[in-house]
Design a protein around this ligand. Sequence first.
Ligand code: CA
Ligand code: CA
Ligand code: CA
Ligand code: CA
Length: 270
Amino acid sequence: MKTSSVVRAAVLAAGVASIGGLAQAQDYNINLIANPGAEEGPASPNGNTIVMIPNWDTLDDGFTVVAYGTAGFPAAFSGSGQKFFVGGNNAQFSTASQTIDLTPLAQGLDTGAVTFQLAADLGGAGNQDDNASITLLWADGAGNSIGTSGLQGPLAGERGNQTKLLHRMTMGTVPAGARSVTLVLFMARNVGPFNDASADNVSLVLSRPPCNPDINDDGVADQGDVDYLINVIAGGGNPNNADPDFNNDGVGDQGDVDALINVIAGGACP
Ligand SMILES: [Ca+2]
Ligand SMILES: [Ca+2]
Ligand SMILES: [Ca+2]
Ligand SMILES: [Ca+2]
C-alpha cells in the first residue's frame, strides 16, 4: 500500500507548518499543551497505522492515536475522553513533541521564581513493561539548553499488570531565562512487536508566586502602598526598589495602581 508514504508526507508537512506557527504561551495557570488528550484528529482503527495528530510534531516512527475500548487497549475512564496516544506498531521507541514559545512570559521567567506542574495519564498493557515518559527541554532565547525535567510512567508492576493508565505529576522551578520549552512524549517498548506505551491528558502549567502588595515594605498592605506606587510611576523616588509593574504587563501605569488597589481590597493577584 502507498498509505504510509502519503501519511509520512502529511506528517512532514505538519512538522514544517509547526515551525512557522510555534504556539505561544500567553498566560500562567493554563495548560500550555494543545490537543493534550488526543481528542483532535482521527484514531487508528487498530493502532497499526499512523494518523495525523494535530498540534504534535511526530516522526514516521509508529506513534499514533487509538480509541479507548479498541481490542487489546485500555478502557475509557473518567476524564479520558475517547482517544489516547500509543507507541504504535514495530516501534521500539516512538515520540511526539510540542515546542512552546515562552517569550510572552519573559518578564516573569527572568525572576527565576516561576514554577511548573507537569502531569499526564501514562500507562501500558498487561504484564509488559512498555512505558511512557515525558521530558521537558528548557531553552534560552538562543535555543541553548538550560535544563531538563522529567516524568516517568508506570511499569507493569505499578499497574497491577492491568492494561490501563495512571495519573502521574511532578512540579519544579522553570530555569531563569527560559524562552521556550519542548515537551517530548517518549514511548518505550519492552515486549512484543507492538509498543503499548500509552498516554493521555498531557498538561504543562506555569505559575508565578503570589504577588506582594506591600510595595513600600512596611509590613502592611494599605493606602500607603498605593501612594508609593503612584509616586514611583509618576517618576518619584523608589527607595525600596519596588517593581512598579505590579500587573506584569511590561509597563508601569494606571493599570498597576488599579491592580494593587484591587489586591489590597482582597481581590486576586493580577
Ligand atoms: Ca483523551
Ligand atoms: Ca508491547
Ligand atoms: Ca505597605
Ligand atoms: Ca503594569
